[in-house]
Design a protein around this ligand. Structure first.
Ligand code: 5GP
Length: 124
């Protein structure tokens, strides 16, 4: 399957979660941001943080979102790490963009991974 990273897909899984059409385990929500547990966790803590706006990846999010949305997003990421108790122990943030990164869901998201030694940055 070839993924179209040029046009926002209103049928993507995270769009459906935002519309309440698919369930999720919410860990944080505000006006601009939703965060929920990853369905296939890669670490004891694996949370996905998404903006509520229609953005495909970090490229268009940081180009097209309002300052308010961008600040709300990163403040939420920080607050969630604190709330989850993984600020001090350490954690990893990942944002995939496009085919080479293996991005599966074309709605901008940051992975928060924590709860174990996360090992090298990239698996060899
Ligand atoms: P990406 O590869 O796009 O950066 O990561 C997409 C993430 O979304 C994957 O870690 C995958 O497990 C997660 N995911 C895919 N479908 C669902 C779903 O329906 N619900 C939840 N909570 N996570 C999902």
């Amino acid at each position: 399957m070839t993924m179209d990273f040029e046009t926002y897909d209103d049928d993507n899984i995270f769009a459906k979660i935002l519309l309440g059409e698919l369930p999720n385990t919410t860990v944080y929500e505000d006006e601009h941001v939703l965060a929920f547990n990853d369905i296939a966790p890669q670490a004891p803590v694996h949370v996905l943080v998404i903006p509520k706006g229609r953005y495909i990846a970090h490229d268009d999010f940081h180009r097209d979102a309002s300052d308010e949305e961008i600040v709300a997003f990163w403040r939420a990421v920080t607050a969630i790490c604190s709330d989850l108790g993984v600020a001090a122990e350490g954690h990893r943030l990942i944002a995939n963009q496009g085919a080479a990164s293996g991005q599966l869901v074309p709605h901008f998201h940051v992975h928060i991974l924590a709860g174990k030694n996360l090992g090298p940055l990239i698996a060899t």
